[in-house]
Ligand binder design. Structure first.
Ligand SMILES: [Cu+2]
Length: 246
């Protein structure tokens, strides 16, 4: 009995250390592996990243507990021989069952409420005058049209910094999926129907649009560059393009 409680103490200490290390790793993942996750180039991406981090931090203690307990059982009680009797039957423990059900139910309901509260910040337009971009998917490329600027068209998505953007997304053939990892948005591009996505770029830079729906032979190559620049650089690009159109 004494032996077991000593082991339990050891296990608890190991669990605390592993949990602390795991949470430290998650909170600093952008510094430890700078290229592992896309940059948070929009407000939406920040919300998405924060949610991912929040859920992962909550999962760390539970994952560590399960892994450590499993390793502990293998090391401490493992035997190379096949047991010749079955283990003793385990009967319910009302206290543990109640606590387990209550805590997991609370956790799940809490996370659902949190998710529902956060969802509008990702799926509603940002306030202010929105730049509208028609996103057209086809096998196997992306095209971007700017209806507010004489419908100028480009294969490099250009956006001005800090301006709210509405993407009207559709496809001319099969189903594609308009995904900009750095923007935290992913929305299906369907033929005959327009789906929308909203962003507000907050970091200038070059990013990538990918297709996230298997759409045929060259699906993996269906990418397009995204350039977020200052609004003056964007305006001069628009002016030059509009001249070309005229
Ligand atoms: Cu595609």
């Amino acid at each position: 009995m004494h032996k077991l409680s000593q082991d339990m103490k050891k296990l608890l200490v190991m669990w605390a250390v592993a949990t602390a290390a795991g949470i430290f790793f998650i909170l600093n993942i952008h510094k430890i592996f700078p290229t592992m996750l896309p940059p948070e180039a929009t407000h939406q991406a920040h919300s998405v990243d924060f949610t991912l981090g929040f859920f992962t931090v909550l999962a760390v203690p539970i994952a560590m507990f399960v892994w450590l307990l499993a390793a502990f059982m293998v090391v401490k009680t493992g035997s190379r021989e096949f047991p010749d009797t079955e283990g003793p039957a385990i009967h319910g423990n009302a206290k543990i069952q109640t606590a387990w059900l209550a805590s997991t139910a609370l956790l799940c309901v809490g996370l659902v409420v949190y998710g529902l509260a956060l969802l509008p910040s990702v799926y509603t337009p940002r306030p202010g005058k929105n730049l509208v971009v028609d996103v057209v998917g086809s096998q196997w490329q992306w095209a971007f049209k700017y209806p507010q600027y004489h419908n100028i068209e480009t294969t490099t998505l250009r956006l001005p910094l800090n301006q709210p953007v509405t993407f009207d997304v559709h496809s001319v053939d099969v189903i594609h999926s308009f995904w900009v990892p750095a923007f935290g948005i992913k929305v299906d591009a369907n033929p005959g129907e327009i789906t929308t996505a909203y962003v507000q770029p907050r970091v200038a830079g070059t990013y990538t649009v990918r297709c996230a729906e298997l759409c045929g032979l060259y699906h993996a190559y269906m990418q397009a560059p995204v350039k977020v620049t200052s609004s003056s650089a964007f305006s001069s690009w628009v002016a030059a393009k509009e001249k070309g159109v005229a």
